[in-house]
Design a protein around this ligand. Structure first.
Ligand SMILES: Cc1ncc(COP(=O)(O)O)c(C=O)c1O
Length: 355
């Protein structure tokens, strides 16, 4: 372990693991948690000694500031077990950096790298048996931070808790995803918090997504708030469009989360000789392309599903179905990326980090 992962942590373990009560073939994504959790409190301007304890409830005052003013951020990442039973993280440095960018935007304190990385490594090491091998199985990792100061005054909290919980997951299959292009609602705005992984961004998406679900669409493709002409994200994923043999995806901005899957796919695609253009993608180009047969694929990209193919979209009450492609870039790129994550092929990018 590197010096960034060996910080001293107070550890209190469970007396008996609950792992034998879990049916790993029947996991609902994000609903089962491992035996232990990690946390570290920020008090009087300093991170205190971190702890690993049994997974258990937090007891908090009803006036705890996170309930009232929403200072809450999180990350989503995965650990994978290889054939030799070694456990690997994928680009944890990127999650750490993004976490602290989110913290800054939400006026929360930065988490020390030692705290973040030691928490990850030591917690996963203790709950290593919960990482299953093969077939898309992984351990979903949820680092998060909440305001734990008390009082109903609308100011940044004086106290925070940074915590990590772990959830074993199977491969995530979203089925055929039909999407609705947003013409009225927005997930993020210029100068807003869309680029932060802040809890409120997700709460704000639920209502328009529910309306889309009621019309038979699984997700919303979010457009820019000012003009609703630029295609920005699909649900809680970045989004790629393939027109002929070029992949297009929007540049990151105030409104778009800088996804780690997105940036990894761009590098892999370029390395494979696929032409990738990072530039605003306009609704009218996609409508035009689907009409003239040049739109081959649309897919979402994110940690949970890796790639989620989109089979059709609706815009201005017209539904457009995508053709079935033989040589899907989405399927090819997903295989490459998951093979790197699961150590089935050489990681020439240097992205994987051993626990
Ligand atoms: C809004 C949003 N966009 C994109 C992503 C994809 O980011 P990543 O690839 O880092 O998981 C996420 C998280 O999964 C997200 O919540």
């Amino acid at each position: 372990m590197s010096s960034k992962t060996t910080m001293e942590i107070d550890i209190r373990k469970v007396s008996a693991s609950k792992i034998n009560t879990i049916d790993f073939d029947k996991l609902t994504f994000g609903a089962t948690f491992t035996d232990h959790m990690f946390f570290c409190d920020y008090v009087d301007g300093k991170w205190q000694k971190p702890q690993i304890t049994p997974y258990e409830p937090f007891t908090v005052d009803p006036s705890t500031m996170v309930f009232h003013y929403g200072q809450a951020i999180f990350e989503g990442m995965k650990a994978y077990k290889d054939e030799n039973d070694d456990v690997w993280l994928f680009r944890p440095d990127q999650n750490f950096e993004r976490f602290n960018k989110s913290a800054e935007r939400m006026a929360m304190p930065a988490v020390d790298e030692d705290v973040f990385m030691s928490g990850l490594h030591q917690l996963i090491n203790i709950d290593k048996n919960w990482v299953q091998k093969g077939n898309g199985s992984a351990l979903y990792i949820r680092p998060f931070m909440i305001a734990t100061g008390t009082g109903v005054m609308a100011t940044p909290s004086p106290r925070y808790r940074f915590a990590i919980i772990l959830s074993p997951v199977k491969s995530y299959y979203s089925g055929d995803v039909k999407v609705l292009i947003a013409e009225h609602y927005s997930r993020a705005a210029n100068g807003g918090i869309g680029a932060a992984k802040a809890a409120g961004n997700y709460a704000g998406q639920f209502y328009p997504t529910k309306l889309a679900n009621e019309q038979g669409f699984q997700q919303v493709i979010w457009t820019d708030d000012a003009t609703h002409t630029k295609l920005e994200e699909a649900g809680t994923m970045n989004v790629f469009f393939r027109i002929n043999d070029t992949l297009y995806t929007a540049p990151t901005s105030d409104r778009i989360l800088d996804g780690i899957t997105r940036k990894s796919l761009i590098e892999i695609a370029q390395n494979e000789g696929i032409n990738v253009e990072v530039r605003p993608v306009l609704v009218h180009e996609i409508v035009e392309a689907v009409k003239n047969g040049t739109l081959k694929e649309i897919f979402g990209a994110g940690t949970a599903a890796v790639i989620s193919p989109i089979c059709g979209f609706s815009y201005k009450d017209v539904y457009y179905e995508l053709p079935k492609v033989e040589n899907s870039f989405g399927i090819h790129l997903k295989e490459k990326l998951t093979n790197i994550q699961n150590k089935l092929i050489e990681d020439t990018f240097g992205w994987t980090v051993k626990i």
